[in-house]
Ligand binder design. Structure first.
Ligand code: FE2
Length: 224
């Protein structure tokens, strides 16, 4: 059974920091730079990516998520190149392999109110995680707020070549502020392939993507 664990440095549960060569992000950086031509602003989607934004978050955050098998495979390639399944297998319960549920770019330049939330609840028993890392680093890019074990709000600063990975009950929000230009992070959501978690993952994936893969291996398309 997947275990809860403590990160003493961050004073937080179920949180890891990892380092990797930024070169591993070069393909995604290239794709991200071509997105304006891929994502048509009037339609907010193309075949491979979908652009979504929340209505009540008090920020200009936008989620550009995989919206087809092609888009999904692009993120899957990076998920594997970063070696994420290898080291996360030591934490997550699985039958055959870990599954990438969804990949996306998150871009924002302004956040006026906190929106603390969990990506993954206690019910997932730390068998699903979110990986966040900057695609490009800008000095005043918005960072991540999280609540530590003492209930204090702390800041996690994004750095190129470093990622934060968190599982169940990690409460977080985009940090408040305004940056000189929009900054973008890569988000990969992944976890167990145990079919019994399928309906819970479906419930917890939220509204950030219209297309994702589930623990039972099937792809799911949400109605927009
Ligand atoms: Fe989140």
């Amino acid at each position: 059974m997947a275990k809860y664990f403590l990160n003493r440095k961050l004073n937080s549960l179920n949180t890891l920091e990892v380092e990797f060569s930024p070169k591993l992000l070069s393909e995604l950086q290239l794709i991200y730079n071509t997105l304006p031509s891929l994502v048509k602003p009037d339609q907010f989607s193309s075949d491979d990516f979908a652009l979504l934004s929340p209505s009540k978050w008090g920020s200009d955050i936008k989620w550009i998520s995989n919206n087809s098998l092609n888009g999904y495979k692009l993120f899957l390639k990076t998920f594997q190149a970063l070696g994420i399944p290898n080291y996360m297998k030591q934490i997550i319960d699985y039958e055959k392999k870990l599954i990438l549920y969804m990949g996306q770019f998150i871009t924002r330049s302004e956040s006026n109110s906190e929106h603390f939330h969990y990506d993954w609840s206690k019910i997932m028993q730390n068998n699903a995680f979110t990986f966040l890392t900057p695609i490009f680093h800008i000095d005043d890019g918005l960072d991540l707020f999280y609540r530590d074990l003492d209930g204090k709000t702390r800041i996690y600063k994004y750095q190129l070549g470093k990622a934060i990975i968190f599982g169940s009950e990690f409460k977080h929000s985009t940090a408040l502020g305004k940056s000189s230009e929009p900054s973008t992070i890569l988000s990969l959501q992944f976890g167990t392939d145990i079919p019994g978690y399928t309906s819970q993952v479906l419930k917890e994936m939220g509204t950030q993507s219209l297309f994702y893969r589930l623990p039972d291996g099937n792809f799911y398309r949400k109605r927009s």
